[in-house]
Design a protein around this ligand. Structure first.
Ligand code: DX5
Ligand code: ZN
Length: 224
């Protein structure tokens, strides 16, 4: 069975102290750092880009899980690889050549991820499943932290879990993930959990440690 991974999204952290926040969640037990890149075009918000990610790289040794909410993505893949991202995830909706984007990520020596907006059917990734190391299921409409989990994505997680079968692919869920919503996702087959607001609430390493542990326990206790 795939290992449980907890990936704090620094979108919910204090942007004036990003390096410190990355160190704090690392110390608090995070498995991956989730990096939400937004362009104000594919999604209605702007966050940060490769230079900010490169500046954070020295603050932790754990993998950087980069979620690109940008269109086009292809011209920027190399910059995110050079910035120190270990996994680079593109949206299936972000361009006409998803297969090419995934090939390009792997050619850069990085793990390739694909993600689906809540309204996008599983069939959008059926023919690229052997080209990915990670599938990210959006459980909110991307663009903002702190939104409510969309329950309708739970059966989609189960359908993607069936599509993945025994391939070594992580199945990650993103948006409105809390200790309350993680169990249904874990039962459906998710093994990686992104959380922003649910982890960064409290503002201290001790709070982050308790928040991460609560999501991990909720997921671990509800595996299929
Ligand atoms: C939404 C981002 C998420 C977001 C999650 O566009 O992809 O990663 O930061 O934040 P919460 O956990 O607050 O829903
Ligand atoms: Zn994300």
């Amino acid at each position: 069975m795939r290992d449980i991974k907890i990936a704090p999204s620094i979108l919910a952290s204090d942007f004036s102290r990003l390096g410190e926040e990355v160190r704090a969640v690392t110390e608090a037990g995070a498995d991956w750092i989730h990096l939400d890149v937004m362009d104000g075009h594919f999604v209605p918000n702007i966050s940060y880009g490769p230079d900010v990610i490169a500046a954070l790289r020295a603050h932790t040794d754990i993998p950087f899980d980069c979620h690109l909410m940008i269109a086009p993505a292809d011209p920027y893949l190399e910059a995110f690889a050079k910035a120190g991202c270990d996994m680079i995830t593109v949206h299936a909706e972000a361009g006409p050549h998803l297969h090419r984007s995934l090939q390009a990520i792997r050619a850069l020596g990085k793990k390739a991820g694909v993600t689906l907006n809540p309204a996008t059917p599983v069939s959008a990734i059926e023919h690229v499943i052997d080209m990915v190391d990670l599938v990210l299921v959006m459980s909110v409409n991307p663009g903002f932290g702190g939104q409510k989990f969309i329950d309708a994505v739970v059966p989609k997680i189960a359908a993607i879990d069936a599509l993945i079968g025994d391939r070594p692919i992580d199945l990650e869920v993103d948006g409105g993930v809390t200790a309350q919503t993680a169990p249904a996702c874990a039962r459906a087959g998710a093994n990686a959990f992104v959380a922003g607001s649910a982890i960064f609430k409290g503002g201290t390493v001790d709070a982050y440690r308790a928040n991460i542990a609560a999501i991990r326990a909720a997921a671990t206790g509800n595996r299929p």
